[in-house]
Design a protein. Sequence first.
Length: 183
Amino acid sequence: MSFQHIEGWLTEDEGLRLESHASQCRELIVEIGSYRGRSSLYIAKGIEGSTFNPIFYSIDPHAGIGVNGHNFDADDLAACYHNFAAHPEFGQHIRKLVMRSDQAAPLCENRSIDMLFVDGDHSYEGVTDDLCRYLPRMKQGGCVILHDWYLDSVRTATYQFDCLVYGDQVDNMKVCGVNHGQS
Ligand SMILES: C[S@@+](CC[C@H](N)C(=O)[O-])C[C@H]1O[C@@H](n2cnc3c(N)ncnc32)[C@H](O)[C@@H]1O
């Protein structure tokens, strides 16, 4: 099943990669930036198709934050709930957190996140802040996936973090592993 009918920018190949990674997660998946739920549903489909039952936090304040010239607002929240309800077998796996990523970070324990999908505030400061807050909460060997990798702001912010191991790219999405080192 494809979710390309839901408004958004994620390609089908990117969605399938999210689904595949989500299907291998055991404890906690975090998505920063859900918009109308396209990427959330691919991730939830991965959970539904797996034998594990990780918690999945989908974080977005839906509060008029502008990203790349597009304004996001409360209509997106209503659309999100509508889209999740239209696919209850997948929607049941999504815990929607209507708040900013900095507010949600304390809900995640250190070294507990298997997979982090970053698709929120794409500014250099925004991506830096998200990675500062969430990387310590990633499991060793976990997976960080960054959308809009074509943006200088996203890439430059990401390169600051030594614990990221760069993997392949699917369309506009960069897949990285997490290596915290020996400590
Ligand atoms: C590019 S859209 C996300 C697209 C979505 N992943 C999809 O596949 O359709 C960016 C979203 O990030 C949200 N956002 C912006 N800043 C945020 C923040 N600090 N924390 C969480 N979400 C944020 C915006 O409200 C917007 O809905």
